[in-house]
Write a protein that binds this ligand. Sequence first.
Ligand SMILES: *Cc1c(COP(=O)(O)O)cnc(C)c1O
Length: 414
Amino acid sequence: MTALDRDALAARDAADPLARFRNDFELPDGVIYLDGNSLGPLPRVVRERVAACVTEEWGTGLIRSWNSAGWIDLPTKAGGKISALIGAEPESVVATDSTSVNLFKVLAAALALRPDRKVIVSEKSNFPTDLYMVEGLTELFGKGHELRLIEDPSKLPEALGKDVAAVMLTHVNYRSGYMHDMAAVTKSGHEAGALAIWDLAHSAGAVPVDLAGAGADFAVGCGYKYLNGGPGAPAFAYVAPRHQEAARQPLTGWFSHKAPFAFDHRFEATDGIKRFLCGTPPVLAMTALDAALDLWSEVDMAALREKSVALTECFIELVESRCAGLGLTLASPREAAQRGSQVSFAHESGYPVMQALIARGVIGDFRAPDLLRFGFTPLYTRFADVWDAVTHLEDILRTRCWDRPEFHARAAVT
Ligand SMILES: *Cc1c(COP(=O)(O)O)cnc(C)c1O
């Protein structure tokens, strides 16, 4: 890499083929936003589309808009746009519910497809809600299912026995940013007779994903992180076409019925991916997500990945050189191929250090007990932002200004 200084990085921005997308977002002045992995910023098109949805579709169209404005098709329409981003087959993705709820549905479907097997393999460091959902589901099932947690990815082969129904992993780890080899893990799961369920919360819109190519069975993912769908945006669920006929999910609301408006008193599952819907979609939130997804039609995912790797490499190199001896330890894989689009550093006073950064407009987040987490979202993050963020971090650590009482006060959301 050439010598890193601010001018060299600004020159990279000037030559960046993705630079034009920054103008598609509303980003406040004076903010370096390194938390798009937790809540994506507001795409300009979303402001317009949601306003039109409220004023015209809801305000004037009223209930007619379910048909005339296509509200009823939003889950499959948004799902179709997501499928293009994650290498999914047509009509294999719906936007619906939350990631947690979708995980419940696909897990239940997967376990029913492997009735003789009682083990779900996952990772101890998986996002807690994923593990909590397994606990709740297995308790409800009452069939003696067991969650087998591996300590790190290298232990996967030993965990895969004839008793394993499903391997349920998050593709990119929310803490370290470690990225699994989806194709290889899916293959070893299949060789053991298990199904592969992937959580793409930190992958969709962050790294190229090829669900069909990897042979994945089920997947879920998040709408409000890299997909910029807005706070609490609908999540998504993927079911491989080969499972769609046999797969059943237990939240059999009327939107998963063959003929919801027949108002039959008996449930009959609809065909295809719509079986993974449950109830009425949140139209305002779905409209925001659907509009945000339009940005992706012009994004070259290979270029996105290339810039993501360059941003994270640059950040690691600058932090390790400029903040050497200041108590930071890299907590993400050094190898770019094993890293998603985020970088974490451990620091024993991670919480107040992050609050001091946020007070200066450098917004990342903190994950207990000691991780400073920085998301690099190539659509709007500039190379010069990386330089400026590290300049603030270095200054905060050298002056120890993080050690003020106001930076130690804990908020509910970190
Ligand atoms: C963000 C995230 C979730 C969020 O789940 P919700 O149901 O939307 O709260 C789930 N799993 C992983 C791995 C995540 O990163």
